[in-house]
Design a binder for this molecule. Structure first.
Ligand SMILES: O=C(O)CCC(=O)C(=O)O
Ligand SMILES: [Fe+2]
Length: 261
């Protein structure tokens, strides 16, 4: 049954308690710059999503691309060795929104008014909106052996991820807070430079299966280390916007999904 209460563990995570539970999550996010909700999914829901992700695996579009940390075109005013121009390698597979089954638990969570209100409350936002294009709202991401996501800042202001399958080895999520502040239009090039040279320690998250993670991907540098086991890493992303009618850029859709529609 696709009832939210069979999918999310409400005993541990009473997300309909907009006062105290959402308030606690908001303080944790403010304190740590990241919110990690372990065992967010029920065991049954996790197993069902693991099967679903495996069934969709052969439909994943794999892309290997070099990019800079800002995911922008090269800045010709700066040297090639400038931290904002350095080429970073990423490669992963993606199943876009239109291939997610209609009865998927991911859709139930994503479309749920209770879940959306919880996220709005945690982030102190009035309203969050799905993507207007057919591909970007819910995605499965697959990282095979030796695949990784290099250091970057997201374009979206916040990110919500659900760990579906952990690899046996590798694939940890690393992040460095305070490397950029989009609100204040500042970026800490020195900090970024030392991160790229592995001279600055990064926070690291192993990410247990069934865990929900919420973070400000636009403001801090993050990456996924290479997976080193045959068992792949599978992560679902639930992507929302602050405004209505936003499409992911055509360039990003072609890169990550291999098509526009
Ligand atoms: O795979 C992850 O844990 C993070 C994914 C991510 O940073 C992204 O897709 O932009
Ligand atoms: Fe990201």
């Amino acid at each position: 049954m696709n009832n939210l209460r069979n999918i999310i563990d409400f005993q541990r995570h009473p997300i309909d308690d907009f006062n105290s539970y959402a308030r606690d999550c908001r303080s944790e996010l403010q304190k740590n710059s990241i919110l990690v909700l372990n065992n967010f999914l029920t065991k049954e829901a996790l197993v069902k999503l693991q099967h679903e992700a495996q069934e969709l695996h052969d439909k994943a579009f794999y892309c290997s691309q070099n990019h800079n940390i800002l995911l922008t075109k090269k800045n010709t005013q700066l040297d090639d060795s400038h931290p904002c121009n350095i080429e970073i390698i990423s490669d992963k597979g993606c199943v876009p929104h239109d291939l997610i089954p209609h009865d998927s638990h991911l859709r139930t969570i994503y479309n749920s008014a209770v879940f959306q209100s919880f996220i709005q409350s945690v982030l102190s936002l009035d309203k969050i909106h799905p993507y207007a294009d057919t591909l970007s709202s819910i995605n499965y991401n697959y990282y095979e052996k030796n695949q990784q996501l290099g250091w970057h800042f997201d374009n979206a202001s916040f990110a919500i991820t659900l760990m579906i399958q952990r690899p046996i080895a590798g694939g940890n999520f690393q992040y460095v807070v305070d490397a950029r502040n989009m609100g204040k239009n500042t970026i800490d090039i020195q900090l970024i430079d030392s991160v790229l040279q592995n001279k600055h320690p990064a926070e690291e998250l192993r990410g247990e299966e069934g865990t929900l993670v919420l973070f400000y991907g636009r403001n801090y540098l993050h990456r996924v280390l290479p997976v080193t086991s045959k068992k792949n890493r599978i992560l679902a992303t639930l992507n929302y916007n602050l405004e209505k009618n936003i499409e992911l850029s055509e360039n990003a859709r072609l890169t990550f999904f291999g098509r526009l529609h």
